[in-house]
Design a protein. Structure first.
Length: 198
């Protein structure tokens, strides 16, 4: 019996991970888990109550990155593991910005180490050009994006530097350019991506 798949939709905020991830899940019949959907209400309440800034949307503070964010990832990976144990393939949308640059993450993180043994790890790194990214962040008008827009050059540099440092023998990597394009070309690109996930 073949192992189920875990499709990790990774990349910076605003590149369209959720949209692409949902399309993959629908076409493939996979379960779908989104970090923001699963954790945002609790995270925002926690930040408002416990963060030194009491800002429910502050995703740039050391408090969020060190105290809250690890709990988010622990939670979503536990949900993924429940599905994998049932033999269900899953699409997981989360940035994984800190994790993908840690070369040993698939081995050093206990949850990911277990998942790697139980399932095929497929990473879909979603990217867009900086103009498209800026347009999308402005259009969606989220409070949590204020820092990114106020520090645009630094944020773009951070986004462009995101590379998956994991050992290539541990996972399959696919890259999807989600920049604005003609609808017919976009549909063809999406179909090609989905067909490459086996």
């Amino acid at each position: 019996m073949s192992k189920p798949n875990i499709v990790l939709m990774v990349g910076a905020t605003g590149v369209g991970k959720s949209f692409i991830g949902k399309m993959i899940a629908k076409k493939k019949g996979y379960g779908y888990i989104d970090k923001d959907t699963a954790t945002s209400p609790l995270v925002e309440r926690y930040l408002a109550a416990c963060s030194p800034t009491n800002d429910s949307h502050d995703r740039e503070s050391a408090f969020y990155k060190n105290e809250v964010r690890p709990l988010e990832y622990q939670t979503i990976l536990a949900i993924v593991e429940d599905n994998i144990k049932l033999g269900n393939s899953v699409v997981l949308t989360a940035g994984f910005e800190q994790e993908i640059i840690d070369a040993d993450y698939l081995h050093s993180n206990a949850q990911m180490s277990r998942l790697r043994e139980q399932a095929n790890i497929i990473v879909v790194k979603v990217r867009v050009d900086s103009k498209t990214l800026l347009t999308r962040l402005i259009k969606r008008n989220e409070q949590r994006d204020k820092w990114k827009l106020a520090n645009w050059d630094a944020y773009v540099k951070e986004v462009e530097g995101l590379k998956v440092a994991w050992d290539e023998s541990d996972y399959t990597q696919l890259v999807f350019d989600n920049s604005d394009m003609l609808p017919v070309l976009y549909e063809l690109k999406i179909e090609g991506l989905i067909q490459s996930i086996s």
